[in-house]
Design a protein around this ligand. Structure first.
Ligand code: AMP
Length: 516
C-alpha cells in the first residue's frame, strides 16, 4: 500500500521525517542523541517483534513504563504494527492495574523490571499472553527481544477509523473510562495544530510532559514529529533544565503548574527566551496572574488551549496576528475560539444554543472526537446527543469574539438553595485579593441548602491570611448565596499529575462539615 493510501498515523509521521535521517531527532537530558534513522530502525524492530507475537489486529499493548525515548518508540511501534496503544500512569498501583487489565484485556503488557513480579502475576491472571520489561535506562526484555528483529518494516495498513489508542480518563467519579481514539482522530488533530500553531522549519520543542496523557503523548510528540522537528527531551520536568534549554528551543508546552514553577527560576528572563516562538498551556486552567507574570518576565504571551482525552484539542487562542493587528490576540482566562474544522457549542440543559456571554454546557463535534468508551456502549450513548455532539462535561461561555471561557466541570457546579454557583467565578474573586496565591471552591452537603459553598485558600509565600476576613470582603462584592459559608487557609491544593485540582478529594475531606 502506498503511504498516501495508508491512513496509519505512523505513515504520516514517518513521511514527515526530514530527508537527512542522520539529523538529531531527540536529544535527552541524559546526554543521548537519537537520529531520525534511529527512530525509524528501532520502531521497525519493535513493530516486527510485536507482529511476531501473532496477536489479532486490534490487540491492545499496555505500557506502564517511565518516560523514556524507548517508551515513545514503543508507542510509535504499536501504531506501526497496527496494534492499539494503551498508556498507563506509572503511579497506578495493583488495584488500579487490576481494573485496567481486566477492562482492556491487553495482549501485551510492558512494565519496568522492578515492577515485573507483581505486574506479571496480575497480567497472567488476567490472561495476558506477553509481558515484557522496559526500564528508563534502555534495558529490559522488550529491547533484548527486539534486537533480534530486522530494522526495516512495512507499516501496517490502517483505515482512518481504525483504533489507534485507548486513553483512560482520570475518572474522578466512578470507574475510569477508556476513550477510543482512531488513527484519523489523532492525525486530523495533529494536522490542524501543525498549521494553526504555525509549526515551521527550525522549530525545536522542549518536551517536559509525561507521555501517558493526551498532552505529552499526542499534542507535544505528534507536533514535533509531524514537523520533523527536534525534541529536547526531559524524562522529568525540572525547571532549571527547562530554563537551560530555552536558548536552543522555540516551542514549549506545559500544564499551568509548570509555568508557576518556571516563574520561580531566576534564570527565566527575556534574554533566555529570546529564541522562543511559542509557549503553550493547557490541561487545566491557567491563572490570569500566571499569564500576566509570564508576559512581564519573558515578553511572551502564553497561548492557552483546551482539549480532553476524548477529543484531543478543541479550541486555541491564536498563534498568528490577524490581518492589520500587531499581535496575535491571546486573551488570558480564555481558551480561544474553536480550532478549524472543530464544532464547539454552548447549550442549556435542554440542549438549546445559548447566546454570547451565557454560561452553559460545552458540546463538541469534529473529526477529532473519539468513537466512544471502550466496552461501555451505554455510557457512550449517554455522552453523545441525538444529533452527534459530545457532551464534554465542561461548563463555559463564548464572548462576542467567539472566544470560549471554561468556567469549570459541570460536576463541580454547586447548587445551593436552588441557585447555581460557578466555582471559577468565586475563585477568581478570591485570587484577586492581596496575599492569595490560588483557591478552590467546592460544594459539600448542607442540611438547609442542599449544598454549601466552601473555599480552600492558598496564601502567597510569606503572606498570612485570615480566612474569615477574606469571606467578609467577598460579602461586600458578590451576592450572598455565592459567598462561601466556610473558608480555610491551606498550604496547597491536591493536584493530579497533569496539574488538575482534585476537587473530589476536597469534597470528600469536607463532606461532613455541615451535616456533622
Ligand atoms: P483530560 O482528559 O485529562 O485531558 O482532561 C480534560 C479536561 O481538562 C477538560 O474537560 C477540562 O475540564 C480540563 N481542561 C483542559 N484544558 C483546559 C484549559 N485550558 N482550561 C480549563 N480547563 C481545561
Amino acid at each position: 500500500m502506498s503511504p498516501a493510501a495508508n491512513s496509519n498515523l505512523f505513515a504520516a509521521l514517518r513521511a514527515a521525517f526530514p530527508a537527512d535521517l542522520d539529523a538529531i531527532a531527540i536529544e535527552t537530558d541524559s546526554g543521548l542523541d537519537y537520529s531520525w534513522r534511529d527512530l525509524d530502525r528501532a520502531t521497525a524492530m519493535l513493530a516486527n517483534l510485536l507482529q511476531s507475537l501473532e496477536i489479532p489486529a486490534g490487540s491492545r499493548v499496555a505500557a506502564h513504563t517511565e518516560k523514556s525515548v524507548e517508551a515513545l518508540m514503543l508507542y510509535l511501534a504499536t501504531l506501526r504494527a497496527g496494534l492499539v496503544y494503551l498508556p498507563l500512569n506509572t503511579a497506578y498501583q495493583a488495584a488500579e492495574l487490576d481494573y485496567f487489565l481486566g477492562n482492556a484485556e491487553p495482549a501485551v503488557v510492558v512494565c519496568a523490571g522492578k515492577n515485573f513480579p507483581w505486574i506479571s502475576q496480575l497480567a497472567f491472571q488476567k490472561g495476558v499472553a506477553h509481558v515484557f520489561t522496559l526500564n528508563d535506562d534502555r534495558t529490559g526484555t522488550l529491547l533484548d527481544r527486539a534486537a533480534h528483529f530486522p530494522d526495516t518494516h512495512e507499516i501496517a495498513p490502517k483505515a482512518a477509523g481504525d483504533l489507534a489508542a485507548i486513553l483512560y480518563t482520570s475518572g474522578t467519579t466512578g470507574r475510569s473510562k477508556g476513550a477510543m481514539l482512531s488513527h484519523g482522530n489523532l492525525l486530523s488533530n495533529a494536522q490542524v495544530l501543525k498549521d494553526f500553531w504555525d509549526w515551521r522549519e527550525g522549530d525545536v520543542l522542549i518536551h517536559a510532559l509525561p507521555i501517558f496523557h493526551v498532552h505529552g503523548l499526542f499534542v507535544a510528540s505528534h507536533g514535533a514529529l509531524l514537523n520533523g522537528s527536534k525534541m529536547l527531551w526531559l524524562a522529568k520536568f525540572d525547571p532549571k533544565a527547562v530554563v537551560e534549554r530555552l536558548p536552543r528551543a522555540t516551542v514549549f508546552m506545559g500544564v499551568p503548574t509548570l509555568y508557576v514553577r518556571l516563574l520561580q527560576e531566576a534564570g527565566l528572563t527575556r534574554e533566555a527566551c529570546a529564541q522562543m516562538r511559542l509557549f503553550i498551556s493547557g490541561s487545566a486552567p491557567l491563572l490570569i496572574e500566571t499569564f500576566r507574570d509570564w508576559q512581564a518576565r519573558t515578553g511572551h504571551t502564553i497561548l492557552e488551549r483546551y482539549g480532553m482525552s476524548e477529543t484531543i484539542m478543541l479550541t486555541s487562542n491564536p498563534c498568528r496576528a490577524a490581518d492589520g493587528e500587531p499581535e496575535p490576540r491571546r486573551l488570558g482566562g480564555t481558551v480561544g475560539p474553536a480550532l478549524p474544522g472543530v464544532g464547539v457549542r454552548v447549550v442549556d440543559d435542554q440542549g438549546a444554543a445559548l447566546p454570547v456571554d451565557e454560561i452553559g454546557n460545552v458540546q463538541v463535534r469534529g473529526p477529532n472526537v473519539f468513537g466512544g468508551y471502550w466496552r461501555m456502549p451505554e455510557k457512550t450513548a449517554e455522552e453523545f446527543t441525538a444529533d452527534g455532539w459530545f457532551r464534554t462535561g465542561d461548563v463555559g461561555r463564548f464572548d462576542a469574539q467567539g472566544y470560549l471561557t471554561i468556567v469549570g466541570r459541570s460536576k463541580d457546579l454547586i447548587i445551593t438553595g436552588g441557585y447555581n454557583v460557578y466555582p471559577a467565578e468565586i475563585e477568581g474573586w478570591l485570587n484577586d485579593m492581596p496575599g492569595v496565591a490560588e483557591s478552590a471552591v467546592v460544594g459539600v452537603p448542607h442540611p438547609d441548602f442542599g449544598e454549601g459553598v466552601i473555599a480552600l485558600i492558598v496564601p502567597k509565600a510569606g503572606a498570612v491570611l485570615d480566612a474569615d476576613a477574606l469571606v467578609a470582603r467577598l460579602k461586600a462584592q458578590i451576592a450572598g448565596y455565592k459567598v462561601p459559608k466556610r473558608a480555610f487557609v491551606v498550604t496547597e491544593l491536591p493536584r493530579n499529575a497533569m496539574g488538575k485540582v482534585q476537587k473530589n478529594l476536597l469534597r470528600d475531606a469536607h463532606r461532613a462539615l455541615f451535616t456533622g
